[in-house]
Design a binder for this molecule. Structure first.
Ligand SMILES: Nc1ncnc2c1ncn2[C@@H]1O[C@H](COP(=O)(O)OP(=O)(O)O)[C@@H](O)[C@H]1O
Ligand SMILES: N[C@@H](CCC(=O)OP(=O)(O)O)C(=O)O
Length: 390
């Protein structure tokens, strides 16, 4: 990829997840770094308003530091091994973390919200959709979510474990364009620069390239959790939903503003597939379909030939039991699958909507989740043109 298109990846990112590590947030464990956090918040506010001369961005912060800050507040100099002690430290530190972000963001005129997630929230389909809709709603109301793992209620077996991974899962959840991982190094080197001063800097690579994992080592300090490896794996995971990742030094002046302006100040790991393409691939590969919708000839032709959304007016029958957000099949009158897509309405609602114009949706259901049963961005044709002509 050329320098120019790298700049495009950064500049065109509209929805951005910014992850900051414990060592940065807590000044290597010395306590919450108000100046550093204030600096990121100032930049986030400019980006959120589009005050940098570009379109406004939607921003989500994933911040580590609860355990490190809790330890500091409790006067513990050594990280405990006992899970309950770690959980207690996280509970103490999270108070300080939330308070700090709330203060700093409101000073910049930004509203913020604390969101604590667990692995189960992201693994269970229903909770996943709930978390997604909460975050999307916060973004719609221009509230900046500040996310951490809910360390006080999770044990090792059911943990996401590190916030690089959590950042990637959040990027997947909200279909972000870019994951920015701010850390205590300029980015990825060919080996850990703490032990290999001769290591060379990697400016850019393809997210998911296995060679990167061989370069990355564990955490360089006792404060950080994952080290570089979890960041590289996180970039691969984020690329699954089409998000590119950039790893950069959190104390670089104007780091977020410069990145958003297209300046690659760190290591850019570019997602090989675009996010719409990634979502369509995921839909096409889905093994478990919860139900299907049969459509009339007119709707089938619109989907097949014009790439349009499926509207309720063209639906003749609804089979199965599905929820909003499930992958369903779309069939023609002969029962042949012609497409797959994400249902915008649950099966019971879809039955009420069959053959009705979209303007009646609010009247029929008491609310409207949009005029389409399946939006074209969430729809992928699975029937070959030859099969369609048979
Ligand atoms: N190839 C590498 N390039 C850069 N840093 C590396 C590499 N391998 C290991 N590291 C280490 O990873 C550390 C960053 O990870 P970590 O301490 O977990 O930070 P954070 O708290 O920001 O997540 C660096 O300080 C560095 O010592
Ligand atoms: N949830 C933990 C963060 C764990 C973690 O991944 O830390 P880091 O490697 O510094 O991003 C906390 O707030 O202490």
């Amino acid at each position: 990829m050329t320098q120019e298109s790298a700049a495009e990846v950064l500049r065109q990112a509209r929805r951005i997840v910014v992850k900051v590590g414990s060592s940065l947030v807590t000044n290597e464990g010395r306590g919450l770094d108000a100046a550093a956090i204030g600096e990121w918040c100032r930049q986030l506010a400019l980006l959120e308003r589009g005050a940098d001369g570009q379109a406004p961005r939607e921003l989500v912060m994933v911040s580590s530091g609860a355990i490190a800050e809790g330890m500091k507040r409790l006067g513990w100099s050594k990280r405990p091994h006992e899970v309950s002690e770690l959980q207690a430290a996280a509970a103490v530190g999270q108070m300080g973390l939330a308070q700090m972000y709330e203060t700093q963001l409101s000073e910049q005129g930004l509203r913020s919200a604390q969101v604590l997630l667990t692995h189960a929230d992201l693994a269970d389909r229903e909770r996943y959709l709930n978390a997604r809709s909460t975050l999307m709603t916060l973004l719609r109301h221009q509230v900046l979510p500040v996310i951490n793992e809910n360390d006080t209620v999770v044990t090792d077996e059911i943990k996401v474990g590190d916030n690089d991974t959590l950042g990637a899962l959040v990027a997947n959840l909200i279909e972000a364009d870019l994951l920015v991982i701010l850390t205590d190094q300029k980015g990825l080197y060919t080996a850990d620069p703490r032990s290999h001063p001769e290591a060379e800097f990697v400016h850019q690579a393809r997210a998911g390239d296995p060679a990167l994992e061989r370069m990355a080592g564990g955490a360089g300090s006792s404060i950080g959790k994952g080290g570089m490896l979890t960041k590289i794996v996180a970039a691969r995971r984020a690329a699954g939903s089409g998000a590119s990742t950039v790893i950069a030094w959190g104390r670089e002046p104007d780091a977020l503003l410069r990145l958003a302006a297209g300046e690659n100040i760190g290591t850019l790991l570019v997602a090989p597939t675009h996010k719409t393409q990634a979502r369509k691939q995921w839909i096409a590969d889905h093994l478990q379909l919860r139900g299907s919708i049969t459509v009339d000839e007119g709707a089938a032709a619109k989907l097949r030939r014009e790439g349009k959304s499926l509207l309720p007016i063209g639906m003749t029958q609804v089979e199965g039991d599905f929820s909003r957000g499930d992958v369903i099949a779309i069939r023609d009158g002969a029962g042949r699958e012609l497409a797959r897509g994400l249902a915008n309405y649950a099966s019971a609602e879809a039955r009420l909507l069959c053959r009705r114009p979209s303007r009646d949706i609010a009247k029929l259901l008491g609310y409207s989740g949009g005029p389409e049963m399946v939006h074209r961005d969430n729809l992928v044709l699975t029937q070959t043109p030859a099969a369609a002509d048979q």
